[in-house]
Design a binder for this molecule. Structure first.
Ligand SMILES: C[S@@+](CC[C@H](N)C(=O)[O-])C[C@H]1O[C@@H](n2cnc3c(N)ncnc32)[C@H](O)[C@@H]1O
Length: 230
């Protein structure tokens, strides 16, 4: 499939799949989308929850479906290391078709981190199907698998669901596919996605999540957040 690097409206770059007319991020701002959907409404929301603030829970397991360029990983690591959180973080990134090193270089996402340029480069270079520790009690496990092959003994506290859209990969948005991750969510766990389709919202509700429609990132009216309440 033909791939181009394009510049989005906020100046950050992303990868475009020409034949699908689909991008890794929103053309209205790759960085803005990642910060709004996954950081603000996912990570920041989850760690201000009572159980984390009260420090009953000092460990958080984040799973990203579609690690892709690693932008969400970079922003997550940066956010956690520039604030005063004493959290052990296990980050699992799933991707069946990893991004190449050449593309990572062209995207130049290191510019978005003040302190962790080298760590991010190391994360991008980390072998697939391996787990490594980084400074600040942060571990990264990269798994080159199909979503449907995912299994894990450790419950999931936060899901970044960042698959290509249902228009091009409807099979990743079925109840069965969503349930691969939803079924592993712990109580109070949070599921966020940029997608706001009614079918996806109803599937998440059928799987037992309380689903909120939130204002979307630039160029999108809404996004979804699901919470596992019991
Ligand atoms: C929208 S992009 C991910 C964007 C990414 N989160 C980022 O910030 O760059 C979707 C990703 O899903 C991956 N993918 C596609 N089909 C998959 C499948 N069946 N199982 C796992 N990953 C898949 C693609 O390789 C791609 O990296």
């Amino acid at each position: 499939m033909r791939r181009n690097i394009i510049t989005t409206s906020d100046g950050s770059k992303t990868i475009q799949l020409v034949d699908w007319n689909e991008q890794y991020h929103s053309v209205h701002g790759a960085l803005a989308e990642a910060q709004h959907v996954f950081l603000k409404n996912g990570l920041a929301y989850r760690i201000q929850a009572e159980d984390v603030v009260a420090k009953d829970k000092q460990k958080i397991h984040i799973v990203e479906m579609g690690l892709g360029t690693g932008l969400n990983l970079l922003l997550t690591y940066d956010f956690l290391s520039t604030k005063e959180f004493d959290l052990e973080v296990n980050y699992t990134g799933i991707d069946k078709f990893p991004v190449s090193t050449e593309e990572q270089v062209q995207l130049n996402y290191e510019q978005f981190t003040a302190v962790n340029t080298n760590s991010f480069k190391e994360m991008c270079g980390q072998a697939w199907d391996s787990k490594e520790m980084y400074a600040g009690k942060f571990s990264l496990e990269k798994r080159q698998i199909d979503l449907l092959e995912y299994s894990d003994k450790e419950p999931v506290d936060l899901v970044y669901f960042d698959a290509f859209g249902p228009r091009v990969q409807p099979e990743l948005w079925t109840e069965e596919s969503l349930n691969v991750l939803v079924s592993r969510m712990s109580v109070n766990a949070v599921f966020v996605t940029y997608c706001a389709k009614g079918d996806v919202r109803r599937s998440l509700q059928n799987l037992g999540l309380r689903v909120e429609r939130l204002p979307g990132p630039p160029g999108k009216r809404e996004m979804l957040r699901g919470i596992k309440e019991n």
